[in-house]
Design a protein around this ligand. Structure first.
Ligand SMILES: Nc1nc2c(c(=O)[nH]1)N[C@@H](CN(C=O)c1ccc(C(=O)N[C@@H](CCC(=O)O)C(=O)O)cc1)CN2
Length: 302
């Protein structure tokens, strides 16, 4: 039986993201006034995966709302690799484009590593290019993947220094789990990554001051996996049917975990909105670096 804690604080990622977007918009306006430069974000969607269609639409709308130029590219699901790579090369050359994002997942016939590594690393606002992966892994100035960056910002806002805390990351994906672990390590946490083959997952998680759940399994993490007072970051976005209705739930059983955790992100309204806000912050940072201008105040890394 897990020790109970007064009801956990709900970490409002929606509000934090709105504030970050606003701060990015202020810096974009300043860049235009002082240097005549407008940051440009190119978003590429291949196919019509329903969730991706929504995410891409939101990215474009939020880029425009922040005063950026948005370059939108929709390609059919049967697009071949040569066509996609040719578009990426054109965007690499386009001086009005400072950030390039190819929405994942790509259709199965396309090799996402090949596509990510074709993006100019300076314009890789997703931080998925192998050069940025290596820079992050060695603690150097990199473009940092948006979702883990959003998680880190929420954690630092709540906890201040993370040094010395036990952090457990559940999931080892290249998009979230691995970069999240790197970021926490850079913050001097003691980091453990667990995954489907790990032994006694609940016992390892119960040792976590910070628990980041990124497995993609609806409500897999219950109250008895959580240390009393821990900060829980739920990256999962799972669509489930409950009482005949479609609902969105995380990887953590929110209601149960709330009685044990000290603070927890909800789904929706937690990590999700931070992903796009961090994308805008990365695009602004990329623009400043490419133009040789000082780093913007919203550049959260390193
Ligand atoms: N090239 C990339 N592809 C993907 C990324 C990424 O960072 N780069 N991440 C995810 C999807 N994603 C952004 O692309 C994303 C996911 C969720 C949200 C979000 O705002 N979620 C809301 C709920 C929205 C809903 O109803 O579905 C929330 O959690 O509150 C934004 C962006 C995979 N692909």
């Amino acid at each position: 039986m897990a020790a109970t804690h007064a009801n956990a604080e709900k970490i409002d990622g929606g509000a934090f993201a709105a504030d970050l977007r606003q701060r990015v918009a202020v810096e974009v306006a300043r860049l235009q006034d002082e240097h005549g430069v407008t940051p440009g974000l190119a978003v590429v969607l291949v196919g019509e995966d329903p969730a991706s269609v929504v995410y891409v639409r939101n990215k474009e709308a939020q880029a425009k709302a922040a005063g950026m130029a948005s370059f939108e590219h929709r390609l059919p699901a049967d697009t071949d690799a040569a066509t996609l790579l040719s578009l990426v090369r054109q965007l690499n050359e386009n001086q009005a484009v400072h950030g390039i994002l190819v929405q994942l997942p790509l259709p199965a016939h396309l090799d996402s590593d090949l596509v990510m590594n074709a993006i100019d690393p300076a314009k890789d606002v997703d931080g998925f290019h192998i050069l940025n992966v290596g820079l992050l892994g060695t603690g150097q100035k990199a473009m940092v993947p948006c979702t883990p960056l959003g998680c880190l910002l929420l954690l630092k806002d709540r906890l201040g220094s993370l040094a010395g805390l036990n952090a457990v990351v559940v999931g080892r994906s290249n998009i979230v789990g691995k970069p999240m672990a790197q970021l926490l390590l850079k913050e001097s946490c003691t980091v453990t990554i667990v995954h489907s083959r790990s032994r006694d997952l609940p016992a390892i998680c119960r040792n976590a001051d910070i628990l980041v759940a990124a497995v993609g399994r609806p409500e897999m993490i219950g109250a008895d996996w959580i240390k009393s007072g821990a900060t829980v970051i739920d990256v999962g976005i799972n669509r489930v049917e409950r009482d005949g209705k479609q609902r969105l739930v995380g990887d953590v059983d929110y209601a149960a975990a709330s009685h044990v955790a000290g603070a927890i992100t909800p789904v929706p309204g937690g990590v999700g909105p931070m992903t796009i806000a961090c994308l805008l912050a990365n695009t602004l940072t990329a623009c400043c670096r490419i133009r040789g201008l000082p780093e913007p105040e919203t550049a959260a890394w390193p």
